[in-house]
Structure formats: structure tokens, C-alpha cells
Design a protein around this ligand. Structure first.
Ligand code: ADP
Length: 663
């Protein structure tokens, strides 16, 4: 700006800006006075104008530079080399030192005017008066310009120093700001990451004091070496790229113990005109949050694992309950059934829905004592358990369902207590023991039947023997023989009964071997019927192939046929004819014994081959142990055959069996 003004000035002007008087600026007018061109610009005045060497100007200028004074002179001669000739002219000139704030010279403003003509015309002063005044005026204007320029320079200098102050102030402000910041801030400088600033919050996080300031990071905090967060810090310094970290683990020494702490941080590079000079780290300690969350995650994981285990053990338990041979029922504190496993549903013949609706004392299901009398609710094993809080085992009761046969169940009951010891319900396991109970009843019945059956021949035998005893001296041959035959008959009956019992025992234990031979079935049947023919009350009518040979255990088969024929005689006494037929079917032979007796009701037919079963057990009209058909069935089955009965009440019965023909 200033130089611009000067360049436009018509006055010869030059500016020197060093103690060596380098020409900083020279305008065209000055060059004309000097007889030089612009190449002098940048040279020292001594180099530019060597011809002035012996003249006083250089010394005056140097002095002015030193003293900061202004020097002016008028009508001063100076010899300058112009167009190759040393020419002396007269000048009015001024050397004005320009000072900086400190009062030191930083430039000299040189203005000059060629007054040769004035001097020459001095004598003609009057004539030249106007010209001189004009010249003077110009000088004043130039001086005015100069002082304006000086003022501007001064303003410029002031601005620079003000800026410097501001810069210093802002750095102090920055440090103060950082110190008081609520977030933790670290400022590193240099490639070694020397800790330049660490504010209170940061020192607290690091658990360090101000002694770490001025130390390289890894010297101040050696324990953090190797942490990813540290590597990232160096990366920011090296690349100049900002990086952020989230929940980064950093090993830290706290009260002598190394522990992992977690930080969210942002690293920002700090630059000056030379590039990255440091890194600013703003960090937040999130250890507590991370640990709390981890703890929560651990708890959740543990709970999930627990739930999984629980689910699998529940599934396992469910599997056990589903496949258990025992019924399991759970009742609540009111006796209401809340759970029944599939077997319980099967035993009780009820769906899950129905079971849940009923209590152990459901009126539709009549609970009975074993003797058949009604079982009061309070005597139910579950009720006793709920009342006493004590478990009980194998308590048998009878249950009469609304429809169907009476059943017997054995109940184990146990109380369920909550953690405070309050009775909240009970669990009952029960088994259908109807068969067990029936078997026991049958056994009891059988014992009384067997005792009775055995007692009859024994009584007869005893009577015959007593009579014989009395007859010892007075022997009546007729009576004697009759008594003897009666005694023998009773003994045979006894022996038959005992045999049946023994056979039944052997059969039930699976101990009866079969010895097969080949024989004529017609012949065997004939022999078996001999005793019936002898008695003569029934006609035996045989149909079938007389020559048919079968392979079987002849003795066992004899037992089967005798039993069937004897039963026909016993249970159909009025049936004159007893038909026996032998049919040859593909690969097997079927033997049938048909009477025209009373027949057997359908509901009894299905039990007729069971052990101890007697169709007329209620009136006990016929003697017997209920073992004959059971033994026969076992023998036939052991031969690989089948046994059955076709009967209709009032139309007689046909008992039949088949045998494989074999080789
Ligand atoms: P037991 O004759 O010793 O009682 P069984 O096992 O031979 O035993 O017979 C079982 C039951 O079958 C008999 O009690 C009888 O009621 C019935 N029964 C057997 N055969 C006949 C038949 N031919 N007609 C009618 N009922 C019969």
C-alpha cells in the first residue's frame, strides 16, 4: 500500500531496509537522478552507486540507521555517473529513519530533488520565486504522504504484537479449559507421546499424579504397553487420522494391583504448519458400566443355561412320567387333581380333562374298602396323607367306576411341601392291582374248593375203612368187596385231584416236557371213552378217519381228551349223545367233542380256560377244581395247536382243539 503510493510519487524516492542499506524500493524519478535503471533494486546503495564512495552520503545514511534521526539538506552537490560521465548536480534531500515499536530503525526513506537549476538560477531568485514555492509545496505533500505511510506501518506492527498476545492468551485459555473440563483429556506431543497436558479428570482415571506430565506415555504408564488403545494412539500420530475406541480394555495399575479398565475414547491429531505434532485423547472411563453389563450378561447366560437344564430335566421327567408303568397323580391343597400321567389316565379310564375335574373322593367313582363296603373320604390314603403330612405305601382300595368292572388300585402317597414347610399338595402313585387281587381271591376260593374236594373222598375213604375195621371178625364177603371198591374209588379220586394239582403246578412253572410219538388218533379216542361206555349212560359217536396218524405226546393228549369227555359227561348229564369228530384240515387235525347239554353263557366262555375258573362257582353244583381246561389248553398250546369252545346256552357245547399234523 505504502510502496504503491510511493511508486506513484513524482518525487525521487528510495527506501533502504537494512543496516547495509539495501535498496528495498526506488522510483523512476530517483533512478533518473541516479542515472541508473531498476537493476539496482535489491543491491546495497554502495554497490549501486560506487561513484558516491568518496562523498559523504553513505556515512550519513549509516549514521541515520544507527541513530534513527532524520537528516535533510538543501542545495547539496553530488557527483553521479550519468551516461558514462561523472556529472555534478545539486540536490535537496531527506533521509528519514522509520522506526519500529522498540524505536529501532527498520527502514530509511530517502527523498531527493535535483535543484541544480535552482542553484544555477539562484541569482535569478526573483524570477524563479514561484517555481521554488511550488517545489516547496510538493515537498510538503511528499512529507505528508510519508508520515501517513509511517502511521500505517505503525498500525500494522501494533496488530502483529496484538496478535501475538492473543495467541499466548488463547494457549493459556486452552490449557485452563482442558484442566477444568469434566471429561478426561490427555495431550501428547512428539513421536514418544510425551504427556503435555493431563487434566484432573484424566489423572483421576489413570490414578496418577502430575508427575507423569512431561514423561513419555510408556514411561509414565508402563503397564499399558501392548494394549490396542496404545497402538491406536501411535497410529493416529503416524497417520494423522482420528480414531475412536469403544469399551477398549486397558490394563491399569490401581493401588498396586493390575486390573483391566474399559474406556471410550477419541484420539484427534494435533497439527501445526509442519504436520502432526501430537495427539489429543479424550477418554471416558466406562469400566463400571462394562462390568455391570458383563455381570448382567453373565447372569443372563447362567439363567439361560439353567433354564436349558431345567427344560431338559423337565423333558426327561415328562418322558419318565409318560412311560411309567405306574399311574402318577398330583393333587393341590384342596385335593383337586392337577396332574395325571398317561398311565393314571389309562388306569382310571379317564381323559386328562376329566381327571383334572375330579378329586380323589369323586362321587361318581365309588371308593370301596377291600371287603366291598364304601370307603369314607377321610379314610382314603390320599386324605390320610394330606391330614397327617405323612407318606404311606401300598395302600390297596377298590374303585367302582360309573361303568365297567370294579378295579383295585394300590396307592403310594407322599406330601408336597413348599420351601416354608407348608403342605401344598400331594403326589400319589398307583398301580392297577385288579389282577393281583383277583388272583388272590381265586387262590382263596381255590383253597376252599380244594379243601372241600379233598374232604369228600377222604370222608368216604375214612367211612369205608372204619366199616372194614369193624367187619374184621365177622366178614361179609359181599359187603367187604363193596366197601373195598368204595375205598379204592375214593383213593383214585384223591389221587386224581392230587395229580391235577401237581400238573397245574408243574405247568404254571413251565416244567412239563413233551415226548412225541406217532399214533392213531381214532384208537386213542376209543381208549379214552372206554370208561364212559362201561357206565353206559352216554353214547359216544365217532366220526372221522379211523386211520389218521398224528405225531404228539400220547399221554398228554389222552389227558386232554379224557378231560373234554369227562366234562361233557359231568356238565351235560342229560345229553345222551356225545359226538367226537376228527377232521383233517390243511396241515392240521381238528378234534371236537360235542354235547347237547346246557351250554355256556358268552361272558363265561372267555374265562373258561383260565386257571381255577369254574363257570358255576356260585352254586357249586359240580365238583371240580377249575383246572382241567387250563391244563388242557397248556398242553395243546405246547403242541403248537389251538383250543376253543363254541357254545350257546341251551344248545350244548363243542369243545375243540387243533394239532399240527407234523411229519
Ligand atoms: P372243573 O371241571 O374241574 O371245574 P374245568 O377246567 O374242566 O374244571 O372246567 C371249567 C368249567 O367249565 C367248569 O367248571 C364248567 O362250568 C365249565 N364246563 C366245562 N365243560 C363244560 C361242558 N361240556 N358244558 C358246560 N360247561 C362246561
Amino acid at each position: 500500500m505504502l510502496l504503491d503510493i510511493l511508486s506513484k510519487s513524482k518525487d525521487a524516492t528510495a527506501v533502504y531496509d537494512s543496516a547495509d542499506l539495501h535498496i528495498r524500493f526506488v522510483n523512476q524519478s530517483m533512478l533518473a537522478l541516479w542515472g541508473k535503471n531498476f537493476s539496482v533494486k535489491g543491491k546495497t546503495i554502495e554497490d549501486a552507486l560506487p561513484e558516491l564512495h568518496d562523498q559523504p552520503f553513505f556515512d550519513i545514511l549509516k549514521k541515520i540507521w544507527q541513530t534513527g534521526e532524520t537528516y535533510s539538506a538543501t542545495n547539496t552537490p553530488a557527483s553521479l555517473m550519468i551516461d558514462g560521465e561523472l556529472k555534478t548536480s545539486f540536490f535537496d534531500f531527506e533521509y528519514r529513519a522509520i522506526l519500529n515499536e522498540e524505536g529501532q530503525t527498520y527502514a530509511i526513506l530517502h527523498t531527493s530533488a535535483d535543484v541544480t537549476q535552482r542553484v544555477e538560477a539562484f541569482k535569478q531568485v526573483q524570477e524563479k520565486q514561484e517555481h521554488e514555492e511550488l517545489l516547496h509545496l510538493k515537498m510538503t505533500v511528499a512529507n505528508k504522504n510519508l508520515s501517513t505511510a509511517n502511521r500505517e506501518l505503525q498500525t500494522y506492527n501494533d496488530s502483529i504484537s496484538r496478535l501475538n498476545i492473543l495467541l499466548q492468551e488463547s494457549e493459556t485459555d486452552f490449557k485452563r479449559l482442558v484442566q477444568q473440563a469434566p471429561v478426561a483429556i490427555l495431550v501428547f506431543r512428539g513421536a514418544d507421546m510425551v504427556i503435555d497436558i493431563a487434566n484432573h479428570a484424566m489423572l483421576e482415571i489413570l490414578n496418577k499424579d502430575t508427575s507423569i506430565i512431561g514423561k513419555p506415555l510408556l514411561q509414565g504408564l508402563p503397564e499399558i504397553e501392548g494394549a490396542t488403545a496404545v497402538d491406536m494412539l501411535f497410529e493416529v500420530f503416524n497417520t494423522g487420522k482420528a480414531l475412536d475406541g469403544n469399551e477398549a480394555p486397558v490394563p491399569m495399575m490401581r493401588d498396586g494391583v493390575l486390573e483391566t479398565r474399559y474406556f471410550n475414547f477419541s484420539y484427534r491429531p494435533l497439527r501445526d504448519e509442519t504436520g502432526v505434532v501430537g495427539v489429543m485423547d479424550i477418554a471416558v472411563d466406562v469400566t463400571e458400566q462394562v462390568l455391570a453389563r458383563k455381570n448382567l450378561e453373565d447372569i443372563i447366560a447362567e439363567k439361560t443355561e439353567l433354564a436349558k437344564t431345567l427344560r431338559s430335566s423337565e423333558t426327561r421327567l415328562q418322558g419318565i412320567l409318560d412311560t411309567m408303568a405306574e399311574g402318577v397323580g398330583i393333587i393341590d391343597a384342596n385335593g383337586q387333581m392337577v396332574y395325571a400321567n398317561p398311565m393314571a389316565q389309562r388306569i382310571l379310564g379317564l381323559s386328562e380333562d376329566e381327571i383334572k375335574k375330579r378329586t380323589y373322593g369323586d362321587a361318581r367313582w365309588q371308593n370301596l374298602r377291600l371287603d366291598g363296603s364304601p370307603l369314607p373320604d377321610e379314610e382314603h390314603p390320599m386324605a390320610i396323607m394330606m391330614r397327617t403330612g405323612l407318606a404311606s405305601y401300598d395302600q390297596e382300595i377298590a374303585v367302582q367306576p360309573p361303568v365297567g368292572e370294579r378295579m383295585y388300585i394300590s396307592i403310594n402317597s407322599a406330601p408336597i411341601f413348599d420351601e416354608r414347610g407348608t403342605l401344598t399338595g400331594g403326589i400319589g402313585t398307583f398301580m392297577d392291582v385288579t389282577n393281583r387281587r383277583k388272583m388272590m381271591i381265586q387262590k382263596d376260593d381255590f383253597i376252599s374248593v380244594a379243601s372241600h374236594e379233598l374232604k369228600t373222598p377222604v370222608t368216604a375213604l375214612k367211612a369205608a375203612l372204619q366199616l372194614l375195621e369193624r367187619m374184621k371178625k365177622d366178614v361179609n364177603p359181599n359187603k367187604f368187596e363193596k366197601l373195598l371198591s368204595q375205598a379204592n374209588k375214593s383213593l383214585n379220586k384223591l389221587s386224581d385231584l392230587i395229580n391235577s394239582l401237581l400238573n397245574s403246578n408243574r405247568i404254571s412253572q413251565g416244567r412239563f416236557p413233551i415226548h412225541k410219538t406217532k399214533f392213531s388218533i381214532a384208537e386213542l379216542i376209543n381208549e379214552c371213552c372206554q370208561h364212559v361206555r362201561t357206565v353206559g349212560e352216554h353214547d359216544i359217536i365217532f366220526t372221522g378217519d379211523l386211520n389218521l396218524q398224528i405225531t404228539a405226546d400220547e399221554q398228554l393228549l389222552d389227558q386232554v381228551i379224557v378231560n373234554l369227555v369227562n366234562n361233557a359227561v359231568k356238565y351235560a348229564p342229560k345229553s345222551r349223545e356225545i359226538k367226537i369228530s376228527v377232521e383233517e384240515l390243511p396241515n392240521q387235525v381238528k378234534v371236537s367233542v360235542t354235547d347237547s347239554g346246557p351250554g355256556i353263557p358268552a361272558d363265561k366262555v372267555k374265562h373258561i380256560f383260565e386257571r381255577y375258573y369254574q363257570a358255576d362257582s356260585d352254586n357249586r353244583q359240580f365238583s371240580g377244581l377249575g383246572l382241567g381246561l387250563y391244563i388242557s389248553a397248556e398242553i395243546i398250546h405246547k403242541h403248537g395247536g389251538e383250543i376253543g369252545v363254541d357254545s350257546e346256552p341251551g344248545n350244548g357245547s363243542t369243545f375243540w382243539f387243533t394239532l399240527p399234523l407234523g411229519e
